[in-house]
Design a protein around this ligand. Structure first.
Ligand SMILES: NC(=O)c1ccc[n+]([C@@H]2O[C@H](COP(=O)([O-])OP(=O)(O)OC[C@H]3O[C@@H](n4cnc5c(N)ncnc54)[C@H](OP(=O)(O)O)[C@@H]3O)[C@@H](O)[C@H]2O)c1
Length: 286
């Protein structure tokens, strides 16, 4: 295992499999992204997805709306997409304006087209270990663990972050009785007391907080593995801005046995996993 766990070799394998399976399809997989407003980080992510889709043969159509869109308009749009047989996957890009009810929007998605795996049916299947679409980022973490043959069975895995899109589903996936599961999982959050004491016991520490450089070297156990899910935009005197993780990578690097970089780590794999979900949805429709 290298000390820098990059996402690229993981995605290379995923994209190769997607490409070969697309060739067997009679149709072209199509993902529709619903984007509201002009959040720069969201635009950057969506542009990358579009480029990737083009490269591997998945149509990606982004429908962009102003922040004044109403709840009814967005629900009607999802209804149309649910019924459109040429659309295999739908993704709602975050952030959403505060006047919109996110949970009602997610509920409106057909679970068969819910590429993020956020619909309660998909979430329920995740917890029960049944088939369904899995959320991309937690799955990306599993793909990384699997690719680099990182043992999870019996290990103390600490996740910082309990969001519905990362921390909670990831904790459940790591509890599964399989190669990337069987871990003893602790989930920490903003009300956790003595956080550093808990994180220092982690064989594998996963940070999904949304705060740049939050995890410092004194919070991690020597020779542990650190997975950084965070993506935070910070000012950069030369480039204007740049993206960093939740972990103070430079100072933690020498203490750990392996660590993921940001960018070039989990985020890269997340894109590949999402596109693989679109392929699966298209295969079912084929
Ligand atoms: N790489 C990717 O593909 C990808 C995908 C999704 C997200 N992300 C990134 O991952 C990060 C987390 O995203 P998210 O959507 O899960 O964020 P989120 O919904 O804001 O959740 C953040 C979590 O961190 C916890 N937290 C905040 N401050 C803390 C503190 N001082 N001590 C301990 N826990 C604290 C929060 O606790 P409470 O619950 O108590 O508030 C919450 O559970 C972000 O940087 C995001 O950009 C990356």
């Amino acid at each position: 295992m290298p000390d820098k766990l990059t996402g690229k070799p993981v995605t290379k394998e995923i994209y190769a499999k997607i490409r070969s399976k697309i060739e067997d399809l009679k149709l072209t997989p199509k993902l529709v992204i619903i984007m509201i407003g002009e959040d720069p980080a969201a635009q950057y992510y969506v542009q990358n997805l579009e480029k990737r889709g083009l490269k591997i043969g998945i149509i990606i159509e982004t429908k962009t709306y102003g922040t004044d869109i109403t709840q009814t308009e967005i629900l009607n749009q999802i209804d149309d997409l649910n019924q459109d047989d040429s659309v295999h996957g739908i993704m709602i890009q975050k952030p959403l304006p505060s006047h919109l009810d996110e949970s009602e929007i997610v509920m409106k998605l057909s679970p068969e087209k819910d590429m993020d795996g956020f619909h309660p049916i998909n979430m329920g299947n995740l917890i029960l270990g049944k088939e369904g679409f899995l959320p991309s980022t937690p799955t990306a973490v599993l793909e990384l663990l699997d690719f680099y043959n990182i043992e999870t069975s019996g290990k103390n895995i600490v996740i910082i972050g309990r969001s519905n899109i990362v921390g909670k589903p990831l904790a459940n996936l790591l509890l599964r009785k399989n190669k990337t599961g069987n871990a003893t999982v602790t989930v920490c959050h903003s009300k956790t007391e003595n956080l550093s004491e808990i994180t220092r016991k982690a064989d594998i520490l996963i940070a999904a907080i949304g705060k740049a450089f939050f995890v410092t070297a004194d919070m991690i156990k020597s020779d542990s593995i650190v997975i950084d899910v965070g993506v935070n935009q910070i000012d950069d005197p030369e480039k204007g801005h740049r993206y960093v993780g939740d972990v103070d990578y430079e100072n933690c690097f020498h203490k750990v046995s392996a660590i993921t970089p940001v960018p070039g780590g989990i985020g890269t794999i997340t894109t590949a996993v999402l596109l693989r979900n679109v392929l699966s949805a298209a295969q079912k429709a084929n």
